[in-house]
Design a protein around this ligand. Structure first.
Ligand SMILES: [Zn+2]
Length: 236
C-alpha cells in the first residue's frame, strides 16, 4: 500500500496503539498519509497509576497529550479529538455527522475502525460500549451517509463539504480477518507508542508479552511472525 490517505477512527486514546499502531508505522514508512480521529478523550479512564484523584478535565488533558505523543512516535501529524463524553458514546446523528465531516474534509481512500460484526463477547475491553458504538457509527457513516448529499446537507451549504466515498473499510481485530499487516519490523515502535499512555499503563513490560502473543496469533493465520489483522470491505 502506497500513497494512500488513511483515516483511523476509534473511541479512546490508546485504542489505536493497542490495535493498529504497528500497521500505522508501516503505512507511514510506506509513504501513506494517516490521520487519527478519537471520539472521546478517555477522561473516565484510570487515574494516573491510582496515586491521586484527578478531575475529568485534568485527565482529559493528560490523555490527549499522551495520544499526541503516541502519534508522534509513529509519525502521524494530525489528530482530531471529537470530545464526546467518555463511556457515553452513542451511534447517533451527532457522532455520524462528525465522522462524515472528517471523511469529506480529508477524503481518505481507506477508513479503519473496529469490526461491527464482532459478537463473541470474549473480552470486556473489546466490548466496551464505546467500542461497539464507534464501530457501528463508522459503518453507517461510510454508507450511505458520507457519499450522499441528502445526509447532513448543511455540510454542503455551510461548509462546502461535498459528498465523498472512501474505497475501502478495514475493520480491525476481526474474527473474519482477510488482510494482515506484517509488523515484525514495527513491533518495537508500536510498543513505544503504547508506552506513551503512561496514565493507563503502569508497567509496559507487563503488557508487551500479551501483545506479542496476540501479534503472533494473528501472524500465524498469514504465515507471518508478527501481524495485525483486518477484515476488509469495499464501498459500493
Ligand atoms: Zn478503548
Amino acid at each position: 500500500m502506497k500513497n494512500k490517505k488513511i483515516l483511523i477512527v476509534v473511541a479512546h486514546p490508546d485504542d489505536i496503539e493497542f490495535r493498529y499502531a504497528g500497521s500505522v508505522a508501516k503505512w507511514i514508512h510506506d509513504q501513506n498519509e494517516v490521520e487519527y480521529c478519537i471520539a472521546t478523550s478517555g477522561e473516565k479512564g484510570f487515574n494516573s497509576n491510582g496515586k491521586e484523584i484527578l478531575s475529568c478535565e485534568k485527565r482529559q488533558e493528560i490523555r490527549e497529550s499522551e495520544q499526541i505523543s503516541a502519534a508522534e512516535v509513529v509519525g502521524v501529524k494530525r489528530i482530531h479529538f471529537l470530545k464526546f463524553p467518555d463511556g457515553e458514546l452513542e451511534n447517533n446523528a451527532f457522532l455520524r455527522k462528525e465522522i462524515v465531516k472528517l471523511i469529506r474534509i480529508f477524503k481518505p481512500q481507506i477508513v479503519v475502525s473496529g469490526d461491527p460484526s464482532m459478537n463473541s463477547y470474549d473480552s470486556f475491553p473489546g466490548y466496551h460500549s464505546d467500542h461497539l458504538a464507534i464501530a457501528a457509527a463508522v459503518f453507517e457513516s461510510l454508507y450511505p451517509a458520507c457519499g450522499n448529499e441528502n445526509f447532513f446537507p448543511e455540510l454542503i451549504s455551510e461548509e462546502k463539504l461535498m459528498p465523498f466515498t472512501p474505497k475501502l473499510a478495514m475493520f480491525g481485530n476481526s474474527q473474519n480477518a482477510d488482510t494482515w499487516t506484517d509488523i515484525e519490523d514495527f513491533f518495537e515502535i508500536k510498543m513505544k507508542a503504547l508506552a506513551c499512555h503512561k496514565s493507563q499503563i503502569e508497567d509496559i513490560q507487563e503488557i508487551i508479552p500479551r501483545i506479542m502473543e496476540r501479534s503472533k496469533e494473528y501472524g500465524k493465520q498469514a504465515g507471518l511472525n508478527f501481524a495485525e489483522s483486518f477484515r476488509t470491505l469495499e464501498l459500493p
